[in-house]
Write a protein that binds this ligand. Sequence first.
Ligand SMILES: [Zn+2]
Length: 328
Amino acid sequence: MEISRRDALAGAAAVAAAPLLAATPARAAAPAADKQAPSFYRYKVGDIQVTVVSDGRFTFPLQDSFITNAKKEEVNAVLENAFLPRDIFTIYFAPLVINTGGKLVVIDTGNGPVARQKVKTNGAFAENMAAAGFDPNAVDMVVISHFHTDHVNGLLSADGTPAFPNAEVLVPATEWKFWMDDGEMSRASGERMTGLFKNNRNIFDAGLKRKVTPYEWGKEVAPGLLAVESVGHTPGHTSYVLSSGSGKVFIQSDVTNNPCLFATHPGWHAFFDQDADVAEKTRRRVYDMLVAEKLQVQGFHYPFPGLGNIEKDGDGYRVVPAPWNPTI
Ligand SMILES: [Zn+2]
């Protein structure tokens, strides 16, 4: 193809005009964005659609007491090995919204609106859920894994009323019995445990007026969602197997926290595991099962979106995150 003399001249004219355009104020630098994209991620398990909805993160100074049987310097060495900063630690939170075709089911609810106002980096479940196109009024069931603040506080709106007004709230029967027992509450010692009892009474007494349905392990709590005992972190801590057709995923809840420390070092006891020895036994049992069955796992405290596979690595385990899929 030949360039005609006329085209060449037109091109030359355009080049000559360019410096004038460059001098106009319309060429100012693009402004930097001030926030991240809404954080939600969808995938399918058979015919069931899962949406992981981020509640945000919490970053805090690493204390010597964070892991009761490891020194801060040992923890720092593992963080450095994972290319993470020393002396601070980040915990992520990721509730789920599951569309079974017949029911819209939420699993755990994040840190809630009070945290959103105070901490700012978490409590984002409600707004990320809205960004994902879900109406809280349309939720049929809310399934709770255990009664820690980052899982139950999103049950209430900022004004203290139920955040999912039309949903049945399902709670592990053993967890319910423990936290609602006045004797257990009176025997609780230390600021943390007494605070947790107080918070649970506020959520379930004042907020939900005890309108909950306790559920047992070994049974389906929602279509395709089997409740599995995984105690230690709390007395009634629960995980789930979600299955549909040939699709299957293990929803671990808090069997480990952020895996960069607790999958790699399953013997490390975080201060928030209520019975640390039982929690460790559960962790090893569950992770050995995930390895043996090549079962995918969804982790509430994994870095977002928290879907991965597990492989054995020495005395511990390695999480291999599932690649981000741009289609559903
Ligand atoms: Zn948690």
